[in-house]
Write a protein that binds this ligand. Structure first.
Ligand SMILES: [Zn+2]
Length: 238
């Protein structure tokens, strides 16, 4: 490899850390998307700093709370739109659209099936039931076990973790999970919580004090909406 190529690789390395085009929360907690500041400006959005974990310095959380789709037009993830959507008025990927409704539009799902106790341990089954009952309509699907040796790289391997899918489909981003994740933190004793992950941030009662999700520890960019926990809340149990 030529030195010039090496240098270019090194210079471009930080960009690989950016969860570009993935969700974030803008000013006041409104739906946002991590894009370059130039992309945001070009689409009429406004940025805030520090809301896109592990991002390159020119990538910021961009939100746009007024767009032309009725009196309440605002840019949000289409999974969260309770009204109609219009394309090409919002920054970022196609799933970030101009929504006609000012409502959050979260959830609206039938109660998901809860796994039986077995491979999925009792603490996780009980925790799944508790969360689903506390958030009616907000959890679309539950995943517990994974086909891996226990102990393994994930608490799913031991049936002691639940993925609470909270958007319209796997891989579809939503802003819905933040309040569910914070609820899990606040109900840590009831849930026998080991740790909770939402939106590329983690909270663990053994090392973290109780605080808003925006102050939770940020995680590396794992590469997509699902692995960065923008379509489900992950809860591990003791
Ligand atoms: Zn998980």
């Amino acid at each position: 490899m030529h030195l010039r190529t090496l240098l270019l690789s090194a210079l471009s390395a930080p960009a690989a850390l950016a969860a570009l085009n993935e969700p974030c929360y803008g000013s006041g907690g409104v739906a946002g998307v991590c894009v370059t500041t130039s992309t945001c400006t070009a689409s009429g959005g406004t940025t805030i700093t520090g809301a896109c974990p592990a991002d390159a310095s020119d990538v910021k959380c961009c939100s746009k709370t007024s767009c032309a789709n009725g009196s309440s037009g605002n840019c949000r993830w289409s999974s969260d739109c309770a009204g109609t959507t219009v394309s090409n008025q919002c920054p970022g990927p196609g799933a970030f659209k101009c929504c006609s409704s000012g409502a959050t539009g979260f959830g609206g799902y039938s109660a998901p099936a809860i796994p039986a106790v077995g491979g999925c341990k009792a603490v996780a089954v009980t925790g799944a039931t508790t969360v689903v009952n506390a958030w009616p309509g907000r959890i679309r699907q539950i995943y517990c076990t994974r086909d891996c040796a226990c102990p393994g790289t994930s608490d799913h391997c031991c049936g002691k973790a639940i993925d609470f899918m909270c958007s319209d489909a796997g891989g579809v981003p939503t802003s819905s999970g933040k309040e569910i994740a914070e609820w899990a933190m606040n109900n840590r004793a009831t849930l026998n919580l080991k740790y909770v992950i939402w939106g590329q941030r983690i909270w663990n009662p053994s090392v973290d004090s109780v605080k808003a999700w925006t102050s939770w520890r940020s995680m590396e960019d794992r590469g997509d909406v699902t692995q960065n926990h923008w379509d489900h809340v992950h809860v591990s149990f003791n």
